[in-house]
Write a protein that binds this ligand. Structure first.
Ligand code: FE2
Length: 289
C-alpha cells in the first residue's frame, strides 16, 4: 500500500494543473492516498503522473477508485466511422490514435487539431472524469490544453451573468474535431443535450462556465444571431491564455481531469507520426446550475 506521506503535489501553472509525485499507479492505493489525490484534484482540476507504466486493467482499476467507469458512447450509424477503432476491444476504453493497421484506424479521433470541448458534453450525463495515458507520441505537437472554467465563470461580466442565469445551451456532437457542429437542420439523429450555461460543481460547490467552442452551438430562448454572438464571447473567455495549462506529453504520462470545470483541446502534430493514448472515464450525473 502507498504511504500517503510520500505524495507531493507540484503546481504546473497559475491556471490549473499539478504534478503528483510519489504514487505508483500499478499498486493498490490506500483510502488516504485516494483522498489526497481527490483533494489535489478539486484544487488543481488536472493531475499529471509522470513515468508510469500501466496496463489497461491497472488504468481501469485506478479510475474506479473515483467512481463507476464510463462506457464508450456509440456514435449513431451515419457518424460511426468517426469514432470507431479496430483495436477498441473493451467497452470502457477508447484509444485516441491516428495509427492505422492494414488501412484501418485502430482507434478514434486520429489526427490534427482538436478544438476545446468537454468529453461527452453532448450527453445528459457528461463524464465526470477522464483518464488519459500516453503510449506513443509524435516528436512535436499534440499537446493537450486545459482551461480552468471556474476562472472563466468569474471572468464573465456581471450583466451577462444576470442575463444567462437560468438559461441553457445546446451541446451537440457530430464527431468532428475542428469544426463546430451544425445545429441548423434536423438534429434528432445526432447526440445532443441542453445543459445550464452555468453549472454548480457538485464536489466543490463553485460555479463554472459550461460552454465550449466545438459542441455548444445555441442558447435556448435567444434569437439565433444574438445567441451566437453571446456564445462567441463565452468561448473567448473560456479560451483566455491566462486560464490555460498546456500539457506537453512525455512517454509514460498519465493525466486525469475533471470535465465539469475544465475544457480541453489538442494542438496539431505531424500526421505521419504515430500517436496513441488510452482513455477511460468515470460516469457523470445530471448537471444543475
Ligand atoms: Fe476530449
Amino acid at each position: 500500500m502507498q504511504d500517503v506521506l510520500d505524495i507531493q503535489v507540484v503546481p504546473l501553472s497559475p491556471a490549473c494543473g499539478a504534478e503528483i509525485r510519489g504514487v505508483d499507479l500499478t499498486k493498490p492505493l490506500s483510502r488516504e492516498t485516494v483522498e489526497a489525490i481527490r483533494d489535489a484534484w478539486d484544487k488543481h482540476l488536472v493531475l499529471v503522473f509522470r513515468g508510469q507504466n500501466v496496463t489497461q486493467e491497472q488504468q481501469l482499476t485506478f479510475a474506479s477508485y473515483f467512481g463507476d467507469l464510463g462506457s464508450r458512447k456509440k456514435a449513431p450509424e451515419p457518424l460511426r466511422a468517426r469514432a470507431e477503432g479496430a483495436q477498441q476491444d473493451h467497452e470502457k476504453v477508447l484509444l485516441v490514435s491516428n495509427i492505422k493497421e492494414n488501412g484501418v484506424p485502430i482507434g478514434a479521433f486520429g489526427e490534427g487539431e482538436f478544438w476545446f470541448h468537454i468529453d461527452s458534453g453532448y450527453s445528459a450525463t457528461p463524464y465526470r472524469y477522464t483518464f488519459l495515458y500516453a503510449l506513443e507520441l509524435p516528436s512535436t505537437g499534440g499537446n493537450t490544453m486545459f482551461s480552468n472554467m471556474y476562472k472563466a465563470y468569474d471572468a464573465v461580466p456581471e450583466a451577462l451573468k444576470r442575463k444567462l442565469t437560468g438559461k441553457r445551451a445546446l451541446h451537440i456532437h457530430e464527431y468532428n474535431r475542428a469544426r463546430q457542429a451544425d445545429a441548423s437542420g434536423d438534429i434528432s439523429n445526432i447526440p445532443h443535450y441542453y445543459h445550464p450555461v452555468f453549472v454548480t460543481h457538485p464536489g466543490t460547490g463553485n460555479k463554472t462556465l459550461f460552454v465550449d467552442r466545438l459542441m455548444t452551438t445555441a442558447l435556448e430562448g435567444f434569437d439565433p444571431a444574438e445567441g451566437a454572438a453571446i456564445l462567441d464571447q463565452l468561448y473567448d473567455i473560456g479560451e483566455r491564455r491566462e486560464f490555460i495549462y498546456e500539457h506537453v506529453w512525455q512517454h509514460g504520462d498519465f493525466l486525469m481531469w475533471d470535465n465539469r470545470c475544465t475544457i480541453h483541446a489538442r494542438t496539431d502534430f505531424p500526421k505521419e507520426q504515430r500517436r496513441l493514448l488510452r482513455r477511460c472515464t468515470v460516469e457523470g450525473d445530471l448537471l444543475r446550475e
